[in-house]
Design a protein around this ligand. Structure first.
Ligand code: AHM
Ligand code: MG
Length: 335
């Protein structure tokens, strides 16, 4: 049977009226940029791309060389196609405007170019996360930060690339979640994972346990119960995994279920949480909901959070719906 590529899948989505021609082009360009990022990631020490870039990003975090390279690849790939009104990146403080000599389109693209970058130097999987919104501003003006401050429910597409043992591209345009695996010889993403779904129940959780003493009471209670195993109130044993690369941890949950948490804690309280709303939590929440899971801040649905700032952070609880509902209940109704 002929293999279906990402290109063919997107053309079919366009024919079915689920995406516009411009959105198809946008997603193709992002996927092509992710291939280029994957090539750089896989070269590692051979290309001299490991280590610090010697600069800080907008969040005051030291940038890795690959953070900078991945950001440049995505910005340059998307500037000239005519499908975007503007871009925003974890690595860039201000909105990135389309250079005046290129045509502009109706979409806004947001991304974390290389998520989980603490894993780069130790050769563990990292990823790219992206979110697409429509530009609410009509006319020729340049969209400012306010144009981007739309709740996650307004996303028209979201996805990620995972640079793991194989490179994958996972996408939703609001009609399920679809996964593609890079055929390195052919250079194309092949449709390998149709309609990815997250089981409702799970026996696996993902959280950075070293922060336990900093968590709020509801998360202490929830994880405490999991750790009691069969003898505790949950009457089953739970396994734990933590890659410290959100794309990898979410991909595992999309593949076999689980719950992922980066909750509010005493260390990140000043910032509002650890993970960024606009280009980490929102796209992952859309993907997880489209796969039948749930995603909250512990208190409200992530996709309904009204954003105040481009680089805003939020607590994140996502994955198998039974567990996300339980964690959220513990926050809203503490006893
Ligand atoms: P980054 O965008 O700077 O790479 O940070 C986000 C990452 C997530 O991928 C991951 O879930 C989390 O930070 C890991 O944090 P920690 O090192 O505290 O476990
Ligand atoms: Mg990140």
């Amino acid at each position: 049977m002929a293999r279906v590529t990402l290109t063919q899948h997107l053309i079919e989505q366009q024919r079915a009226g689920r995406i516009t021609a411009d959105l198809r082009l946008l997603i193709e360009v992002v996927a092509r940029a992710c291939k280029a990022i994957g090539v750089n990631v896989s070269k590692g020490a051979l290309a001299g791309v490991l280590g610090e870039a010697g600069t800080d990003n907008v969040q005051g975090e030291a940038q890795k060389k690959l953070d900078v390279i991945a950001n440049e690849i995505l910005l340059q790939a998307n500037e000239w196609g005519g499908h975007l009104a503007a871009m925003a990146s974890e690595e860039v403080e201000e909105v990135h405007q389309i250079p005046f000599d290129y045509p502009k389109g109706g979409y806004l693209l947001l991304f974390d170019p290389l998520d989980g970058s603490s894993n780069i130097d130790v050769n563990i999987s990292v990823g790219t996360i992206f979110s697409v919104l429509s530009n609410p501003v009509d006319g020729p003006g340049e969209p400012g930060e306010i144009a981007f401050l739309q709740p996650g429910t307004e996303q028209v597409a979201a996805g990620y690339a995972l640079y793991g043992p194989s490179t994958m591209f996972v996408l939703t345009v609001g009609h399920g979640v679809h996964g593609f695996t890079l055929d390195r010889e052919m250079g194309s993403f092949v449709y390998t994972h149709p309609f990815m779904t997250i089981p409702v129940s799970t026996q696996e959780f993902a959280i950075n346990m070293s922060n336990m003493r900093h968590w709020e009471a509801p998360v202490q209670r929830y994880v405490g119960e999991l750790l009691e195993g069969v003898a505790g109130p949950r009457s089953k044993d739970f396994n734990m995994r933590w890659v410290a690369s959100m794309v990898s941890d979410v991909h595992r949950i999309l593949t076999r279920g689980g719950v992922f948490m980066y909750p509010m804690d005493a260390k990140c309280r000043d910032k509002g949480g650890k993970l960024r709303l606009m280009y980490e939590a929102n796209p992952m929440a859309m993907i997880v909901e489209q796969a039948g899971g749930a995603a909250t801040t512990g208190r409200e649905r992530i996709l309904e959070v009204a954003p105040q700032r481009l680089h805003q952070r939020v607590p994140v609880v996502l994955g198998s719906s039974e567990e996300v509902e339980r964690v959220t209940r513990y926050h809203l109704d503490p006893q």
